[in-house]
Write a protein that binds this ligand. Structure first.
Ligand SMILES: NC(=O)C1=CN([C@@H]2O[C@H](COP(=O)(O)OP(=O)(O)OC[C@H]3O[C@@H](n4cnc5c(N)ncnc54)[C@H](OP(=O)(O)O)[C@@H]3O)[C@@H](O)[C@H]2O)C=CC1
Ligand SMILES: Nc1c(N[C@@H]2O[C@H](COP(=O)(O)O)[C@@H](O)[C@H]2O)[nH]c(=O)[nH]c1=O
Length: 228
């Protein structure tokens, strides 16, 4: 089974944070960059986030541009990519915006939480267990079986950290925003972990573009060279 091509997308502050520690979601992207992110969504077959991102940000995870939705439909695709949420606790509120708008919804969890999620969400989403323990290879394999060729991962840091550490990300899209968060308890893009190649391994730079006041960096995390 061919695994999806995985694009990890995040906006970060100059000091590497995804958000601040406050309750309200921090906007790091500028309007032009949010539009760029919408285009990446429109190019994906599925968008995946961790449960904490939907609990904290309550996103809809849809393609916002009407023109991009129409282009998807013209290609025979659903207007919105599939929405994928991962949870170990199963604590998912059925009132969250992600369940209430377009797109097929899929929740990956573990055996111990699967019934709870099914009871809570009912027909709002399909629930798939990866087994007694959560397994990212199974998540990607099941998505591949469902025809997902391109998967966009939109956070948060817990999810990004695991996918990079497991060497399952094919591309990183990092939008560096011109602000400094400076709060130790704010979520980071990547947390301490054993990353492939260790600290001396350098990823291949795929591109560097200015988008409004943000700089978009694209890296290939599987393409490493060690220069020391
Ligand atoms: N700037 C940006 O581009 C973005 C910023 N963000 C920010 O990131 C923050 C959220 O990030 P973070 O707190 O790290 O949370 P995540 O969104 O990464 O979600 C983490 C949750 O996902 C589930 N999960 C992840 N991995 C596993 C696993 N291996 N097994 C079982 N369940 C798993 C768990 O859910 P459960 O708890 O239910 O068990 C876990 O608590 C928010 O502040 C948000 O605003 C998010 C996306 C993009
Ligand atoms: N704050 C932040 C991001 N946050 C991400 O954007 C999602 C919002 O989705 P929606 O509102 O449905 O379009 C949210 O879930 C989170 O994953 N993304 C970015 O590119 N830049 C940003 O500054």
């Amino acid at each position: 089974m061919k695994l999806p091509y995985v694009v990890l997308s995040a906006a970060v502050s100059i000091d590497g944070y995804l958000d601040d520690a406050g309750v309200k979601r921090l906007l790091l992207s500028c309007p032009e960059d949010f539009d760029r992110v919408d285009a990446v969504r429109a190019d994906a077959d599925a968008v995946l986030v961790g449960a904490n991102t939907i609990r904290r940000d309550n996103p809809r995870l849809i393609v916002h541009s009407e023109q991009r939705r129409a282009q998807r439909s013209a290609r025979g695709l659903p207007a919105h990519p599939m929405k994928v949420v991962v949870t170990g606790s199963g604590d998912l509120d059925p009132e969250l915006a992600v369940w209430g708008c377009g797109g097929e919804k899929l929740v990956f969890t573990v055996d111990s939480a699967a019934e709870k999620v099914r009871d809570r969400l009912g027909s709002l989403a399909e629930v798939v267990s990866t087994g007694p323990v959560f397994d990212w290879h199974t998540v990607l394999a099941r998505l591949g079986e469902r025809g997902v060729e391109r998967l966009m991962v939109e956070g948060g840091g817990t999810v990004h950290t695991q996918l990079v550490a497991l060497n399952l990300a094919d591309e990183l899209h990092i939008a560096v925003a011109p602000l400094v968060v400076g709060q130790a308890d704010a979520p980071r893009f990547l947390r301490p972990a054993n990353y492939p190649g260790g600290p001396t391994a350098r990823m291949k730079l795929l591109g560097c573009t200015q988008v409004g006041d943000v700089v978009l960096l694209r890296y290939s995390p599987k393409d490493l060279t060690c220069c020391q």
